[in-house]
Design a protein around this ligand. Structure first.
Ligand code: ADP
Ligand code: MG
Length: 334
């Protein structure tokens, strides 16, 4: 009898151990949605540590905002730079700012992350209204990347009123931090979206909808198949208002201080780098189709430009993976 008892215990223990091990190696899925960096964030992760990965992704984004990027939290380096004129930075952030300065130069100033004083006047984050002409002209005097000195250890403003605004690249930067975290773990696959910027991480193919610039956020005009990377869209629909029958949106021409008017309604850029996909989507929007294509190509990025008359331009051999699903839209000829 003793022997049978011992066998039963041994079998039960084996089953329990098997179940525990099986559970530990099983691929799990976890999701989250939260608000940070002034935008909606969602993440879906597959892997054996999916629940922990989700928690880490959330804290990575929140910490990045409060420690580095926020314009309004007094704990952030950008806030301190705007207030005090000088900050000490780590090599990673210094390299990111230097790359943003490079995009600014390569775009001939079309991408300008020192336009904060002008953006503030338009107040797109609050109750927007067309500012007085004179105020825009004055604020423009306190912008320009040449008024920032970026070294490997510090950033210094030569104009006390200049306001750094990483609104056009912060979401992409967040994706790069999330990606480095995922690289250090055992995540199999993830889709992380920070506002209009999305990280597609892991093996296999991803199918992404290209948003209808004239529809709501769930309507798309095309599907794009990608092997991974970061994809960002800048569109007139993100933040806009109407005054006296005219539509004003949040992507500004740094030469005039007014919203860009060049016939484009959205630009989507795909790159391995989240920072580049986000910064280039804004830069290409400001430059317009012809110069925007040259800029995207110079960084090895792929791009999709959509005009108000529903013509779609692409660059970086993307056309074969892009399928238009709305018959109102068509590819540009040639
Ligand atoms: P979104 O933030 O809606 O994803 P973008 O990435 O295009 O869109 O960033 C737009 C934001 O960038 C604006 O709200 C403003 O804060 C800032 N911005 C506006 N014009 C420019 C510009 N020419 N260069 C750099 N940043 C800009
Ligand atoms: Mg952008």
């Amino acid at each position: 009898m003793k022997k049978i008892g011992a066998i039963i215990v041994a079998v039960s223990v084996s089953i329990l151990v098997f179940l525990l091990v099986y559970d530990a190696v099983q691929i799990k899925t976890a999701t989250t949605e939260f608000f940070s960096m002034n935008t909606f964030i969602s993440a879906k992760v597959e892997g054996i540590n999916a629940a922990e990965d989700i928690k880490e992704i959330k804290s990575t984004v929140e910490e990045l905002d409060t420690r580095l990027l926020s314009r309004t939290a007094d704990t952030s380096l950008i806030f301190k730079l705007n207030q005090n004129g000088e900050i000490t930075v780590d090599p990673e952030f210094a390299a990111q700012l230097a790359l943003l300065a490079d995009v600014s130069k390569q775009s001939g100033g079309a991408f300008d992350f020192t336009l904060g004083a002008v953006s503030d006047l338009w107040n797109f984050g609050g109750t927007p209204a067309v500012p007085e002409k004179k105020k825009i002209a004055d604020a423009l005097l306190h912008s320009g990347i040449e008024k920032l000195e970026i070294s490997e250890t510090s950033v210094k403003k030569s104009d006390g009123s200049l306001t750094v605004d990483l609104g056009a690249s912060g979401k992409g930067i967040a994706l790069d931090y999330v990606k480095s975290y995922l690289d250090s773990g055992r995540c199999e696959k993830a889709v992380v979206s920070v506002g209009g910027s999305v990280l597609l991480y892991g093996k296999g193919e991803f199918s992404v909808g290209i948003r209808n610039p004239f529809g709501d956020s769930s309507s798309s005009i095309a599907t794009l198949k990608l092997k991974g990377g970061c994809i960002s869209t800048s569109g007139t629909y993100e933040q806009s208002f109407e005054e006296n029958g005219k539509l004003y949106h949040h992507i500004l021409n740094p030469e005039t201080g007014y919203p860009v008017e060049n016939g484009l309604v959205s630009v989507t850029v795909i790159s391995e780098s989240g920072l580049l996909s986000d910064a280039l989507s804004t830069a290409c929007f400001v430059l317009g189709t012809e110069d925007g294509i040259k800029l995207a190509e110079s960084y090895g990025a792929q791009a999709i430009f959509i005009t108000a008359d529903k013509t779609v331009y692409t660059c970086g051999s993307i056309e074969n993976s892009l399928k238009l699903t709305d018959s109102d839209y068509s590819f540009a000829e040639g």
